[in-house]
Design a protein around this ligand. Structure first.
Ligand code: AMP
Length: 458
């Protein structure tokens, strides 16, 4: 998963992009990058492994000149975490440059890349995003938006994109609308960001979402839009509401906080825990869902787990041993809240079960008498091919065990998940218009055929 930010017509473009990336850090912590472009098309790039906060020195940002900039925070699957795969992708092209920042994954990346390689294309990274850049470069269309449109014809899967071709800033969203992308205004500047929290930090106001299937071009001639037919049904990622986006953002036109609270309330109705004394969240991603659960159940909301904010999301560790150790580094339990109590722990999802198992052990160690786990999403039974880094089925605990078995494996007294129907009834604009493939197995586009090869090029 990734975060993208872009701005045009601002003398401080790179610095504002840097600021915007701070608010998109949760969408990717492995690498970050910014490309800035001057009014006459000269471009410069900085890319670093690691966090935005320790990624860039002030003087390097100050050296990025020009009124146009795009930035990216990246979160990749294990094995592809290298500087070559940091974004924006940046290449020289017909005397100018192309820079591209991508959130999402192309499901037919293997075929697209194979076709380009057969014609002699050479790749500098293993990313599907580089495929789009090659296809832009091959286009003979006159206008940048037409070049991007040609490049995207035949691309399947998920893409929210920010691209600079020459001095034109382009924003695009796939016809299914899998990933969010919002447009805002900051004085005379146009701003684009994965989430509205990145507009807030730079002081921009929300204008609207980039529409599914839309390409927006902004340059010296002003703004133009080009609309592809949107898919008959949208497939916006429901997991953005459940886990990924920040609760202070509005995505897909609605508040993430309100969506999470509604999920929590519905969870309380479907999966009550009548014998419990209190409820608490696994901070921070399930805070709003636990609030909703407390509201609907009447249980007292407590802070029973304290999260160390200096440790990143646990999945960042590519090996299982690393992940296990990190649970304890990341969380501790509050004995004064838990001792002798029957408790409800609300989390937004269970993926491998690693974090959860570790947390339950912490709660028991701090004296909890009964642990009832409630999950504000349904069991995850399949991988995501549209940009969320859920592992393959073999590693997904609920794909391989019944709910009772999962409960025993993680060591809880009871386990209750939200139903698919309950989830879709709770998210704004539901029940249709969402991708829920990771829960339902209903993939809106053909999943990749050769998974191993696919994993090696995304
Ligand atoms: P686990 O117990 O190992 O299944 O991990 C579940 C935790 O991971 C939950 O607290 C989720 O908030 C979090 N989570 C869910 N999906 C992801 C993801 N794609 N990347 C990182 N963390 C995730």
């Amino acid at each position: 998963m990734c975060g993208i930010f872009g701005i045009r017509d601002n003398a401080d473009a790179a610095r504002i992009t840097h600021l915007g990336l701070y608010s998109l850090q949760h969408r990717g912590q492995e690498s970050a990058g910014i490309v800035a472009v001057s009014a006459n098309g000269e471009a410069q790039m900085v890319r670093k492994m690691g966090l935005v906060s320790d990624g860039f020195e002030e003087d390097r940002i100050a050296s990025l000149h020009g009124p146009i900039a795009i930035g990216h925070t990246r979160y990749s699957t294990a094995g592809t975490s290298t500087i070559d795969n940091a974004q924006p992708v940046f290449v020289r092209f017909r005397g100018g440059h192309i820079a591209l920042a991508h959130n999402g994954n192309l499901t037919n990346a293997v075929a697209l890349r194979g076709a380009l390689e057969a014609e002699g294309s050479i790749f500098a990274s293993t990313m599907d995003s580089e495929v789009i850049v090659h296809r832009i470069a091959k286009s003979r269309a006159a206008k940048p938006e037409e070049q991007l449109a040609e490049a995207l014809r035949g691309a399947e899967g998920a893409y929210s994109l920010l691209v600079v071709i020459g001095t034109t800033l382009l924003a695009a969203r796939d016809p299914n609308g899998f990933r969010p992308l919002t447009m805002g205004r900051l004085g005379d500047s146009w701003v684009f960001a994965s989430e509205t929290c990145a507009l807030d930090i730079v002081g921009a106001t929300i204008v609207r979402d980039v529409a599914p299937g839309e390409i927006i071009a902004v340059d010296a001639e002003g703004m133009r839009t080009l609309q592809f037919p949107a898919a008959p049904t949208l497939h916006r990622c429901v997991f953005e509401y459940i886990y990924f986006a920040r609760p202070d953002s509005r995505i897909f036109g609605a508040s993430v906080d309100r969506a999470r609270r509604a999920l929590g309330r519905q969870l309380a109705l479907e999966q009550p825990a009548p014998s419990a004394d209190l409820v608490f969240a696994v901070p921070d991603s399930s805070n709003a869902a636990a609030l909703g659960y407390a509201e609907a159940s009447g249980l007292r909301l407590e802070h029973a787990l304290i999260r160390n904010h200096y440790v990143g999301r646990t999945f960042i560790q590519p090996t299982q041993e690393g992940r296990d150790a990190k649970v304890k580094v990341k969380y501790n339990a509050v004995r004064e809240v838990l001792e002798g109590k029957s408790v409800v722990m609300v989390d937004d999802s269970i993926v491998r079960g690693t974090t959860t198992r570790g947390l339950v052990a912490l709660l028991r160690g701090a004296g909890a008498r009964e642990v009832h786990m409630r999950v504000s999403s349904p069991p995850i039974t399949g991988p995501c091919y549209y940009g969320i880094d859920t592992p393959e089925r073999a590693e997904l605990i609920a794909a391989n065990m019944s709910i009772d078995e999962v409960g025993r494996a993680i060591g809880v007294d009871s386990l209750g998940y939200l139903s698919i129907e309950g989830m879709l009834a709770s998210v704004p604009g539901g029940p249709s218009g969402f991708c829920h493939a990771c829960f339902s197995g209903q993939y809106p586009t053909q999943p990749p055929v050769d998974i191993k090869r696919y994993r090696s090029v995304v």
